[in-house]
Design a binder for this molecule. Structure first.
Ligand SMILES: Nc1ncnc2c1ncn2[C@@H]1O[C@H](COP(=O)(O)OP(=O)(O)O)[C@@H](O)[C@H]1O
Ligand SMILES: [Mg+2]
Length: 236
């Protein structure tokens, strides 16, 4: 489904502070996988996530999503592709605090030429899927962290993406709420959605079937754990 070949990302090219954040990354991701990307701060996790999520371009290398070569798409086609195929979840939720849950979840639907009434039904279904349909008219700014992340997840899945990318999605949540959010991601994965989670928390990684660890922009571990395997500190 996803194939990164020789992906390198440099920042500040040609300047004294030039930095190689990713160095010759090769990864293949199959449809339906649930993957944790781990590594210390500054290792390149978010950079990799942004490239997979089509938010940023690599400096070198190729990126195929199915038969589409992402790094050759025009800006217009790229945003259409991103909107239709990729759902993104971030640690700080990135929601519009002055808008209601429904308005936030509607946002990705404005790209399509769907009648508003149909859009609202779809957005309400997404809110119901993550258990916050009753928060529809509440402003996001007044919600708890767990409620906000559920709304953000509803927004991420409203266009039925084939892949959900989550960058430290539970980083701002207490452990019980974090488990609830992970439970929702596991449920989505069971329905066939590919899930990739950036985390440095072993417990969160324990929900995943494959662990990719990055250090200094290089993949140092890529391990398949199979079903029902819990990652412990010893084996990492
Ligand atoms: N926009 C940017 N401009 C310059 N350097 C950046 C930028 N984004 C990230 N970096 C640098 O790239 C490296 C990897 O960053 P990042 O992918 O955010 O790491 P992680 O998510 O693993 O903490 C770090 O050294 C970081 O400082
Ligand atoms: Mg990061």
């Amino acid at each position: 489904m996803i194939k990164l070949n020789g992906v390198t990302k440099k920042y500040n090219i040609g300047m004294p502070n030039e930095l190689t954040a990713l160095n010759n990354i090769n990864i293949e991701i199959k449809e339906g996988e649930m993957i944790a990307i781990m590594g210390t701060s500054g290792a390149g996790k978010s950079t990799l996530m942004h490239i997979i999520g089509c938010i940023d371009n690599s400096t070198e290398g190729s990126y195929f999503f199915g038969n589409t070569q992402i790094n050759k798409l025009s800006e217009g086609r790229l945003s259409k592709f991103r909107n239709e195929s990729i759902g993104i979840l971030l640690q700080d939720f990135a929601l519009l605090n002055d808008e209601t849950a429904l308005q936030n979840v509607l946002t990705p639907l404005y790209f399509n030429k769907t009648p508003l009434i149909k859009m609202k039904t779809t957005a309400r279904e997404a809110l119901a899927m993550v258990g916050v349909e009753e928060l529809e008219t509440q402003k996001v700014g007044t919600m708890s962290g767990g409620q906000k992340q559920r709304v953000a997840l509803a927004r991420a899945l409203v266009n039925s993406p084939s892949i959900i990318l989550a960058d430290e999605p539970t980083g701002a949540l207490d452990s019980k709420t974090a488990d609830e959010i992970m439970g929702l991601l596991v449920d989505l994965n069971k329905k066939g959605v590919t899930v990739i989670i950036v985390t440095h928390d072993n417990k969160i990684a324990g929900y995943c079937k494959r662990i990719i660890e990055i250090a200094d922009g290089i993949i140092c571990i890529d391990r398949n754990l199979g079903d029902d395997c819990i990652v412990t500190e010893e084996i990492l």
